[in-house]
Ligand binder design. Structure first.
Ligand code: GLA
Length: 400
């Protein structure tokens, strides 16, 4: 009898231990930089429910899902007004958000949404101020997996009003607002990626991870323009130590395939975002993507650099004139090297000479060129011809 009683107690204890372990072992999100697609860079305020469904369909059909693009994110302009209970309604472009989320999930994908801590979003739509818990619960009820939370009107409406002329106090108010939504999301019990969009103000890399931010914009908005893309890339240098599994610097969503970016620029943009362990959120018109753009977004070798399990962001090793050499340490001791012709006027009559010693490499290195797929040997001071705005991207499996 006594043995039986203590056995039951042991079983009970084990059951409660397992339950607690399960509770505390909520799946961890963003262990590698989030990959997916976001509506803003191409559709902006015109995005509709149909565009999201079509994009989800494309992601499955064109191989992006298999390559790791999982999040289908609705950006700004889905919102209508709140009713008397404070519940935020969707506008006519998004008649049924729950049904849309179910559709995206039925494709084996995840769905993201957008709001902000102010009264209004950047597009002037209703945001979450004073309704954080209610909105977080609504997202969880819909089955949302990702929230981009954009500062915008919170600056004039709250920060500048509550603490005029006191930048430090304004920043504290901003951090508290992000913390509030982080707690509201956590309270839902649903794993939701939390993306901070506040343009890199007040060094979010220093405080966002502690409040549960999975990524934080490290700069202002991107545009499909080489100078802007390169300016944003330059601002990533120095931020590497803040990135790691679960928390990433976000140099903004991809413009690959948008605007007038050339093949070289699209390739260099994608390569460098992979080098800096950026979230890879495509932002182009998927149903009308050219084969060239598709082959860039689907390059598994480049994606593998971005998604490397070690989660160590790459850094600029050195620059020489208008050419920059970046390196990224990868799991298994491998090394990615990117040689970027950042400037406008580099011609083949002026080859760049790679300085392996400055990368800590000694003697010839066997490498894989990730755009051609071919093996090549890097030698000390070898001349490299790179067209303006293009990149040589290689992976050295066993650096010497
Ligand atoms: C801000 C963000 C963009 C986009 C728009 C939407 O500008 O930085 O990425 O979300 O708002 O209004």
């Amino acid at each position: 009898m006594r043995i039986f009683a203590s056995l039951s107690l042991a079983v009970l204890a084990l059951a409660s231990f397992t339950a607690n372990a399960q509770k505390s072992a909520a799946p961890q999100v963003a262990q590698t930089p989030p990959m997916g697609w976001n509506s803003w860079n191409y559709f902006a305020e015109k995005v509709t429910d149909k565009d999201i469904r079509d994009s989800a369909d494309q992601i499955v059909a064109n191989g992006m899902k298999d390559a790791g693009y999982i999040y289908v994110n609705i950006d700004d302009t889905w919102e209508a007004e709140r009713d008397a209970t404070g519940l935020l309604h969707t506008n006519s472009k998004f008649p049924d958000m729950k049904a849309l989320a179910d559709y995206v999930h039925s494709k084996g994908l995840k769905i993201g949404i957008y709001s902000g801590p102010g009264n209004k979003t950047c597009g002037g739509y209703a945001a979450s101020l004073g309704h954080e818990e209610q909105d977080a619960k609504m997202y969880a009820d819909w089955g949302i997996d990702y929230l981009k939370y954009d500062l915008c009107s919170f600056i004039p409406d709250v920060m500048e009003k509550q603490a005029p002329n006191d930048k430090a106090a304004q920043m504290r108010i901003m951090i508290a607002a992000y913390d509030k939504m982080a707690k509201a999301l956590k309270a839902t019990g649903r794993p939701i990626v939390f993306s901070l969009c506040q343009y890199g103000w007040d060094a979010p890399w220093e405080w966002a991870p502690a409040l549960g931010g999975n990524l934080w914009r490290s700069t202002g908005d991107i545009s499909p323009d080489w100078d802007r893309i390169y300016a944003i890339l330059s601002q990533q240098d120095g931020l590497a130590k803040y990135a790691g599994p679960g928390h990433w610097n976000d140099p903004d969503m991809l413009e690959v395939g948008n605007g007038k970016l050339t093949l070289e620029e699209n390739r260099a943009h994608f390569a460098m975002w992979a080098m800096v362990a950026a979230p890879l959120l495509a932002g182009n018109d998927l149903p009308h993507m050219t084969p060239e753009v598709k082959s860039i977004l689907l390059n598994r070798d480049v994606i593998a650099i971005d998604q490397d399990k070690l989660g160590k962001q790459g850094t600029r090793a050195y620059s020489d004139g208008e050419v920059e050499v970046w390196t990224r340490h990868l799991s298994g001791g491998a090394l990615a090297v990117a040689v970027l012709a950042a400037g406008d006027s580099r011609y083949s009559t002026h080859p760049f000479h790679l300085d392996l010693a400055r990368l800590g490499l000694h003697g010839p290195q066997e490498a894989k060129n990730l755009w051609t797929g071919k093996t090549m040997t890097l030698t000390e001071h070898m001349p490299i011809e790179i067209t303006s705005h293009d990149v040589l991207l290689v992976r050295i499996a066993a650096p010497k």
